[in-house]
Design a protein around this ligand. Structure first.
Ligand SMILES: *Cc1c(COP(=O)(O)O)cnc(C)c1O
Length: 409
């Protein structure tokens, strides 16, 4: 008899985006002529930068010639040309010294943030923010690190750290001892960023408790304030306690191309049950190369082009388009009397629902009255109730139209 991994049965049904899709389909079935604008799903809309397209075309041509054809990437962790470019531009330029063997190229930060927990013991206490990017939670449920879901939609055994107006959506240190801490800044869904001092508190906590921080920096390119850190390694000592995740998805429009990377510093240690320190870097390397055979050469060539002078200029222009959207949305919604957070150093706006409406009620109201789609805050966790996420990734013309519709509600 084949038995199933029953941890999967603990996962809550009615996952957020399928439910949103269901409600949109039902609305469209009744209103076939409605022009629905989506500011819901976190996917980008602008095309790849020309420098990236050129590099990918050239790479395809190389693949079509015997002399320059490439098969498996022998290193298994990404071509050196890409890891060098990442190291120079994303880290060295910010005063962070890394070795390119601490950089593991992958096909997504979703997979990396989901897979990383595998190399850690099942007895670790996991801490996540509330609201949270659901991948961190669900992958720990699948692995068996939790009990069942409570009626608050939270899993037994996970420590949830509320992010509220009172703490500027940056969580306080947990009162209980935790071992693996998932942080995401700039944050999806709240758009909040963490200062150097706030991150230093977390690094100190991790040091004091022999904990590890799993830092998702997928949105770091959207930071505009000069004093907000882009990498957790800008904090002294973070290389001893943190893994960082990056992605080309949102920063360079790679959601359909696929290229990302994880940084696992060589001095990062985890422990055996009897307290012996073990280096994490070779273990992640072993896991990565056993279960993954590398990102396509064409994608990696495209990713490397993001770091060329033209590539940098062009991707910055695209980010400016999204951040102009965010600024317009903030301005319009604030003028209409809404309380809005985020949208300054992140492509997400986190707005309070009006008149204490719950977040699904507000979703239905917006869809019916304005034909607009956003994401109910409750879908990201218990503390997300009473909030609503809008993304700045829509086309500028749609943003303009959407703001007019908001005004007419
Ligand atoms: C979009 C996103 C990612 C990136 O995922 P990819 O798999 O690289 O496309 C990672 N983390 C968060 C929080 C995201 O919103």
């Amino acid at each position: 008899m084949a038995t199933i991994n029953e941890n999967f049965l603990k996962l809550q049904a009615g996952y957020l985006f399928p439910e949103i899709g269901r409600r949109i389909r039902a609305f469209k079935a009744e209103n076939p002529d409605a022009d629905v604008i989506s500011m819901g799903i976190g996917d980008v809309t602008q095309p790849l930068a020309p420098a990236v397209v050129e590099a990918m075309k050239k790479a395809v041509d190389e693949m079509g010639q015997t002399e320059t054809f490439k098969g498996y990437d022998d290193s298994g962790i990404g071509y050196e040309f890409l890891r060098q470019a990442i190291n120079e531009n994303d880290f060295k330029a910010r005063g962070v010294q890394l070795d390119i063997d601490e950089i593991f190229v992958s096909d997504g930060a979703k997979c990396d943030t989901g897979n990383m927990q595998e190399i850690f013991g099942l007895d670790n206490i996991i801490a996540v923010t509330d609201p949270v990017y659901p991948v961190y939670v669900d992958t720990n449920v699948m692995a068996g690190r939790t009990g069942s879901a409570t009626d608050k939609g939270q899993y037994e055994g996970i420590v949830y750290m509320p992010c509220t107006e009172e703490n500027d959506f940056v969580p306080d240190l947990p009162k209980e001892k935790v071992d693996l801490i998932y942080l995401c800044f700039p944050n999806n869904p709240t758009g909040a960023v963490a200062t150097k001092e706030q991150l230093k508190n977390w690094v100190d906590y991790a040091k004091d408790n022999k904990a590890i921080i799993l830092f998702d920096a997928a949105y770091e390119e959207f930071i505009s304030d000069a004093d907000i850190p882009h990498s957790i390694y800008e904090i002294d000592g973070a290389k001893n306690v943190a893994i960082e995740f990056r992605s080309f998805s949102k920063t360079a429009g790679f959601t359909g191309v696929r290229c990302a990377f994880a940084v696992v510093p060589k001095q990062l240690k985890a422990y055996t049950k009897d307290g012996k320190a073990v280096e994490v870097n070779p273990i992640w390397g072993r896991r990565h190369c056993t279960k993954f055979n590398g990102v396509s050469y064409v994608s990696q060539a495209g990713a490397a082009a993001v770091y060329t002078p033209e590539g940098k200029k062009q991707t910055q222009q695209v980010i400016n388009i999204y951040m102009n959207n965010a600024a317009q949305m903030r301005q319009s919604l604030t003028k209409l009397g809404y309380t809005v957070y985020g949208g300054v150093n992140a492509p997400y706006l986190w707005m309070k629902t009006p008149n204490g409406m719950n977040s699904w009620e507000f979703f239905d109201l917006l869809l019916e009255k304005a034909h607009l789609v956003g994401t109910p805050g409750a879908g990201f966790g218990f503390a997300g109730e009473g909030y609503f996420r809008l993304t700045a990734f829509a086309l500028p013309s749609n943003v303009k139209e959407a703001m007019q519709r908001f005004a007419a509600i």
